[in-house]
Design a protein around this ligand. Structure first.
Ligand code: C2E
Ligand code: CA
Ligand code: CA
Length: 745
């Protein structure tokens, strides 16, 4: 409760002093009596006897029926009949009692008082039946003179009134419990208010017509500024308007008085409930057009209702604060991914162009270096990043953190046009860590067809794609890159399954000695037949495997299969054959790689000499020192090491002399040049000469013509691989080739 003097929950719904009363003619409902008798004379005398009868100042409404059947119809149509004067014998001897049974059991009316009357003495029903059917009186017509009749009726009406009030209170309380349940789950103030109006109307049995207003901004906000948060019936259009905009002066004034005086107000035609807020929930007032005065019992019920509703209101506000938690980044206090998604979706859903764009900014330095930075430094870095982004993209732009070092900015496209990478990396701060490795992706929302979630993941994929391709800077979204990314995403999932199911196979491509054309070994090449039965070329799935890290388990499977093939060759008497496997930088970089490789080879009972490791020059050059050490260890253990695609990397010639490798593989691009410009000094020539100087073997890849083979041999290249000799083939076919060569086919 706020600084209000009224203590306790009962004060929650304090009513203004009574205006009007139960005697107010507009508030009085006459009691209804039904007389059922087939004797018109008795009906007539009854009417006369009750003509000026009053109960608690109110006249009677007298209904008549001349048969049990007619009475039943009448009762079903007229709820709230207080008493029935019933002739026992009508159509049949027991027509009266049968009607009573129907009233109690079929119509379910346990409140209406029943007074049996009869013209003939001696037809009194058994006492048991009277008790069972809750029949209060049994009279001979002749005994019912005017005074006695009025006395009997007064007693019965009094009883009815009490039973009825109890029943109504019980139903009201049930209604309140029900309402409490309905209201409890609602988190949104609008939903809550709307539901409250309906429950309140239900409780008072009036149509829902009214409004709820809340002093939403702050507790001291002027009452006319209160916000309409729920409206029903003729007020429906006022939802979300201010109280001063309510044009029905009477209604507006009542609400103002309730909010100003912190009190509930009842009038002959309406009811205003005041809800006293507290530190966490604002004051509120509900206006309901009841069309009648609310009586004392109903006021009691309203009090109970208000207690329930007030508790619900606090929950709604709590929910709003939970939302705040849900929509804020706990560390930086800026928006989080949830809020971004919500706002993004709002723009995407808006009809027509919004002119908005989303920028995703990734601080690679944090993602890769957070361990090295330590948590405090890392947090500091993120905090400064948030600050810088807010400087660069002031409101209305929304700056949010998605996760780790990834931020997003949502705002007008022209405000997001500046290059965030240049702006962030060129930070002029000399006493703090500079921002490094910033990458960004930008999506213009106009023309983007997808959900917020899809837009966010498209942005993240763009960032990842940028990094995977070794790029740096800002990329802009286009539907083509999206399609590409989407395909890659789907393929990566399928590849994940394929690796899990060990569905990747190898093929072996023969490597021959040029001197005699004999097969001396093979290269293992990964093969993947997709779920649709179509082969996916390694040029497509290997980069995906590398980007997702799947290359590690996939690489291990290739090595395992290569070893199995080698074992089969040994068993078939070809123990001198070697198999080369392609090893990705990612595999090579893992500390366990060498040990794992050795363990596999030993498990297959093979000498390391027979398994060649093919690496690309890039693999060694990105981390020269570490790469060199791994290669040196492999060589010391006896594994041959080949540099794949040699000559395509710019640094190869400078570094190769210090690399512990045993073979260079001349890239097939250079092989293809052979024979085009005869005589001049080709790259192939240079590389072969380099190999000779360094004492390492050179193998030419992609040899397709006899001319190329001749040229290579003539220039001192001893080994080759290519379609001229053999295509990649299943291990079994390769073994067959070896057998044929040995004349043992
Ligand atoms: P790579 O290591 O340079 O493999 C040689 C590629 O040249 C193979 O393509 C092979 O089929 C193809 N080739 C062989 N002879 C000829 C020829 O005479 N003419 C032409 N035009 N091409 C020839 P493939 O099998 O499509 O593999 C492509 C690349 O995928 C490989 O290039 C390699 O970088 C990668 N790759 C394949 N398997 C693996 C693997 O198990 N692990 C890793 N990390 N990469 C792999
Ligand atoms: Ca290779
Ligand atoms: Ca190659």
């Amino acid at each position: 409760m706020s600084g209000n003097a009224r203590p306790g929950d009962e004060a929650m719904l304090a009513f203004e002093p009574e205006r009007g009363s139960d005697h107010d003619p507009s508030g009085v409902v006459p009691f209804t009596i039904l007389s059922v008798d087939d004797d018109p004379a008795f009906q007539q005398s009854l009417r006369l006897a009750l003509r000026d009868f009053r109960f608690q100042g109110s006249p009677l409404q007298l209904l008549t029926a001349s048969s049990a059947a007619e009475a039943e119809v009448l009762l079903a149509r007229t709820p709230g009949v207080s008493a029935i004067l019933l002739d026992v014998v009508m159509e049949t001897d027991d027509a009266g009692l049968r009607l009573v049974r129907a009233v109690r059991e079929e119509l379910g009316d346990r409140e209406v008082r029943i007074i049996l009357v009869t013209g003939q003495p001696g037809v009194a029903p058994m006492q048991q039946a009277l008790d069972q059917l809750d029949i209060s009186d049994y009279w001979l017509k002749t005994d019912l003179h005017r005074e006695r009749l009025q006395g009997v009726l007064t007693g019965n009406l009094r009883t009815w009134r009490e039973i009825h009030a109890l029943g109504r209170a019980k139903r009201g309380l049930q209604r309140i419990v029900h309402a409490g349940r309905q209201l409890a789950g609602l988190r949104d103030l609008g939903d809550f208010s709307q539901r409250m109006l309906h429950e309140l109307a239900e409780l008072l049995q009036v149509p829902p017509e009214g409004l709820v207003c809340v002093r939403a901004e702050h507790p001291e906000a002027p009452a006319p500024q209160a916000r309409v948060v729920g409206a029903a019936g003729r007020f429906a259009a006022l939802n979300m308007r201010r109280l001063h905009e309510v044009d029905e002066a009477g209604v507006r004034d009542l609400l103002l008085r309730a909010l100003g005086g912190r009190t509930s107000i009842g009038t002959p035609a309406s009811q205003v409930l005041f809800f006293d807020g507290d530190a966490s929930s604002p004051d509120a007032a509900v206006y309901l057009a009841t069309g009648r005065q609310v009586d004392a019992e109903e006021r009691e019920l309203l009090r109970v209702f208000a207690t329930h509703a007030n508790a619900g209101m606090v929950n709604v506000d709590l929910a709003a604060r939970l939302d705040q938690v849900a929509y804020q980044d706990g560390l930086l206090g800026i928006a989080n991914g949830n809020l971004l998604q919500r706002e993004l979706q709002r723009h995407l859903d808006a009809p027509g162009p919004s002119g908005q764009a989303m920028l995703m900014v990734d601080l690679g330095q944090y993602t890769h270096g957070s361990l090295a930075l330590g948590p405090e430094q890392g947090d500091l870095l993120l905090g400064r990043m948030a600050e810088r982004l807010r400087e660069l993209y002031p409101p209305p732009c929304l700056v949010a953190r998605l996760h780790e070092g990834t931020f997003a900015v949502l705002g007008p496209a022209d405000m997001l046009a500046t290059d965030p990478v240049a702006a962030l990396e060129s930070v002029d701060n000399d006493h703090a860590l500079p921002f490094l490795g910033v990458d960004a992706a930008r999506i213009a929302l106009d023309g983007y067809h997808g959900s917020a979630r899809e837009a966010t993941s498209a942005g993240l994929l763009l960032l990842r794609g940028l990094r995977a391709s070794g790029g740096h800077g800002v990329v802009d979204y286009s539907p083509e890159t999206e399609r590409d990314n989407r395909r890659r995403f789907l393929e990566s999932r399928a590849l994940y399954r394929a690796v899990g199911e060990r569905a990747i196979r190898i093929e072996l491509q023969a490597q021959v000695s040029l001197a005699d054309g004999r097969v001396v070994g093979a290269e293992a090449l990964a093969r993947w037949t997709g779920e649709d039965g179509v082969e996916v070329p390694p040029g497509r799935f290997i980069p995906i495997a590398e980007a997702t890290g799947l290359i590690v388990p996939l690489g291990t499977q290739v090595i395992e299969q290569a070893c199995q093939a080698l074992r089969a060759m040994t068993a078939a008497g070809f123990g001198e054959q070697t198999v080369a496997v392609n090893v990705s930088p990612l595999q090579l970089r893992r500390g366990e790689f060498v040990e794992e490789l050795l363990a596999i080879v030993e498990r297959h009972g093979l000498s390391p000499r027979r398994l060649e490791v093919e690496i690309t020059e890039g693999a060694v050059m990105t981390d020269y020192q570490a790469g060199r050490e791994v290669l040196a260890r492999l060589r010391r253990l006896g594994f041959p090491v080949a540099v794949d695609d040699f000559g395509t990397g710019y640094s190869s010639l400078r570094y190769v002399h210090s690399l512990p490798v045993s073979r260079l593989k001349l890239d097939r691009g250079f092989t293809a040049e052979i024979g085009s410009g005869a005589g001049e000094r080709s790259v192939a020539d240079m590389i072969i000469a380099l190999g000779r100087r360094l004492g390492v073997d050179v193998l030419a890849e992609g040899v397709e013509t006899p001319l190329q083979a001749q040229w290579l041999q003539a220039h001192g290249c001893h080994c080759a691989q290519g379609w001229l000799f053999a295509r990649p083939e299943p291990p079994e076919a390769f073994l067959q080739r070896l057998r044929a060569q040995a004349g043992r086919a």
